[in-house]
Design a binder for this molecule. Structure first.
Ligand code: PEP
Ligand code: MN
Length: 339
């Protein structure tokens, strides 16, 4: 349930309600809004004496939270969440939309630093690149791992861009936390609950990709795991789902963007690279995603797509990235946002 405080409630009024919630064995989550504070009470509410909370000073009313994902839902928090990423603290989830770009994988220092310069010059706000790669085949390139993290950190130093990289498991989490600005949970790990709980104990932003067979509700419940474990900085990323369709690698359901914007306050990014699998389809889907209300994009870009060690077919060449960002500015402007 949520306890909605009256406008003007003091810290002491809020603390009093928090104490009552704890006394009933529930966990509280305080959200300070622009107008008023709401306190979500999570747990088994059968033993709760609602009257005691309702009559506490400055309590306006109590409402049930209908969605199964509680802290992620718009019912609990109406204001959109904005999450700052990287050294320049770019806000994801505000009026500005940002593009994060980079190769699927960090392949070498030279490849990555050259790409970083291109991504920066194109006007992007973040740099992606996998150091630990979840590959379908054990014989495919698995990533440079720790060495890749060092290269990512060097690229951040050089460009000031926020660095986004995947954390594949609990063993590599401490190293990824040390080097990355945003920790990506890949589609294959969306329901890796121990990993979700572990990144919930980190304070860095988490980019949570949609599982390729996950419903919106399952995805939001995965976000709830992270928030419930203590990290409210979750950015959702639609990357397409597996369907019967074969002209694309995944089917990119862009209706999820406005649907998520109704259901959750969390920022939403779209990844049309994995969402289509073909570089030629990526620019149009990027424009459509921004038009549909996405807070930004994450796209793959390679200095030499034909020779990429992974996902070359869906990677934009440098000039295509530049042209894409230029065309996105016009779309953003048309819907009252800025890029
Ligand atoms: C990636 O970003 O390179 C990746 C592996 O993405 P996903 O988890 O969406 O497949
Ligand atoms: Mn990839």
């Amino acid at each position: 349930m949520i306890v909605i405080m009256k406008p003007g409630a003091t810290d002491q009024d809020v603390r009093h309600v928090v104490q009552l919630i704890q006394d009933f064995g529930l966990k509280e989550h305080v959200i300070v809004g622009t107008d008023r504070t709401v306190i979500a009470a999570i747990g088994d509410k059968r033993a709760v004496d609602k009257g005691a909370i309702e009559t506490a000073p400055m309590v306006d009313r109590i409402m049930p939270i209908l969605a199964p994902y509680k802290m992620a839902s718009r019912e609990v928090k109406q204001d959109k969440t904005s999450i700052e990423i990287g050294p320049e603290k770019f806000p994801i989830g505000g009026r500005r939309v940002g593009v994060i770009a980079g190769p699927c994988a960090v392949e070498s220092r030279d490849q990555f630093l050259r790409t970083a310069d291109i991504v920066k010059a194109a006007g992007c706000i973040g740099l992606r690149g996998g150091a630990y790669k979840p590959r379908t085949s054990p014989y495919s390139f698995q990533g440079l791992r720790e060495e890749g993290l060092h290269i990512l950190a060097e690229a951040r130093e050089r460009t000031g861009l926020a660095v986004v990289t995947e954390v594949m498991g609990l063993d590599s989490l401490p190293a990824v936390v040390e080097y990355a600005d945003v920790l990506q949970i890949g589609a294959r790990n969306m329901q890796h609950y121990p990993l979700l709980e572990a990144v919930g104990q980190v304070q860095k932003p988490i980019l949570l990709k949609r599982g390729m067979m996950a419903s919106l509700e399952e995805w939001l419940l995965a976000a709830e795991y992270i928030i419930n474990a203590g990290n409210p900085n979750v950015i959702l990323c639609e990357r397409g789902i597996r369907t019967f369709e074969s002209y694309v690698r995944n089917t990119l359901p862009l209706a999820s963007v406005p649907e998520l914007n109704e259901r959750t306050h969390l920022p939403v990014l779209v990844d049309p690279s994995h969402g289509t699998g073909h570089a030629r389809l990526v620019p149009a889907m990027c424009r459509a995603a921004i038009a549909a209300g996405a807070d930004g994009l994450i796209v793959e870009c390679h200095i030499d797509p034909e020779h990429a060690l992974s996902d070359g077919a869906q990677s934009l060449a440098p000039d295509q990235l530049q042209e894409l960002v230029r065309s996105l500015k016009r779309i953003a402007q048309a819907i009252g946002r800025v890029l």
